[in-house]
Design a protein around this ligand. Sequence first.
Ligand code: ARG
Length: 458
Amino acid sequence: MWKGRFQEETTDLMKRFGESISFDWRLYKHDVRASIAHANGLVRAGILKSEEAATIADGLRQIEQEIAEGAFPFSVDLEDIHMNIEKVLTDRIGPAGAKLHTGRSRNDQVAVDMRLYALDAVDALSIKICALRSSLVGLGQRHPEAVLPGYTHLQRGQPVLLGHHLLAYVEMLSRDHGRLQDARERIDSMPLGSGALAGSTILIDREAVAKELGFSKVSRNSMDAVSDRDFMAEMLFDLALLGTHLSRLSEDVILWVSAEFDFMALSDAHTTGSSLMPQKKNPDAAELTRGKTGRLYGNLMALLTTLKGLPMTYNRDLQEDKERLFDSIDTAEMCLDIFTEMIAQATVKEASMRAAASDPFLLATDLADYLVKQGVPFRQAHEIIGKLTAYSLEERVAFPDMTLEHFQQFSEAFEESVFGVLNLDAALAAREAIGAPSPQRVNDELAHWATKLDLSAP
Ligand code: ARG
């Protein structure tokens, strides 16, 4: 492509070192789309005849189909997807093909391809995030009465409904969804026409090209446009944080399926056995998701590091952006898919959840609240219940087995009504505020999300 200036061939080592076709072939559909729009722009600019643009478009569509079918002759000698397509097109259609690269550089070409690719990825990821949220809501709705301890410091704290616990992840995933939608705003900017860095003397109506490609705006500075990878860094961050959330969910699932918790069982289809220990059933899908979070973080750090010292404008370092973005998109998509399936088929062990939630200490805070309602200042109430807890542990007598006299040794404010507090279901029902886990609230919230996430709903 640049043989004019060169006398020596690139070495094989240099070809292998510099090629990107082994991974950027994935941009072929977007490269074809952008080239057809560019050709139409060249027609409006008076550079191409409409018949030539039609020949180009036909040739490109043919190439697109061959690549889809695995029948395209990719060559490492042609470095990347852009030159592979252009060379084969020109070999096939002749002069019209040789005019396609007018007013364009691979620098604005790769930038537009990556933005088109990123937009499609945002759409696909958004759908998958919705699917996982639906799966979590579905599990909550199938177990409206399941209660389990809520933990802080992995120590039992207060009782919650399973639906409430699952909805916490729905909230996290909703923010992940929102962040990707926000990123879309900045990905949606059309760089074609920026040329290598300084635009072109061939005047193409950039806004018309943008419109044809579905972009709502064009970039405002050619130097920025060819070297801006902010949109990728932003997506990588969004996926890294999604990974954080999926990793936390993984950890909960891994704990829940352990014999120590015994709150959940996964289907055989999402677990593996041990080559040595016949009894094992391991939650590999959750562990792998937790583990793959490392890749998502690594990809973000790799791109930021690649970008940090680059002088203006395009530098070949930027070729390193692709594998990082592709890997994060692939990883996030797979983790979302496997979790959607795994959660949909998981079995909840309501009886052992309830047994754990029936630990009377989970209602210690409710007892303090009871004293507050009896007129005791909270700090004092906290201390009284603290002492009562120590007594319960020492004397091995649980709160519900204590007599009124026991209670009154610690505070005169206790009355017969205290026994009404020591009821798990009543304790949950009392948590009525917005955002709290009363069954009524949780059921409403599950129903809200079920409607919102039903993509087929009007
Ligand atoms: N394969 C290259 C990349 O991914 C395309 C742009 C090449 N531009 C250049 N001036 N060498 O960045």
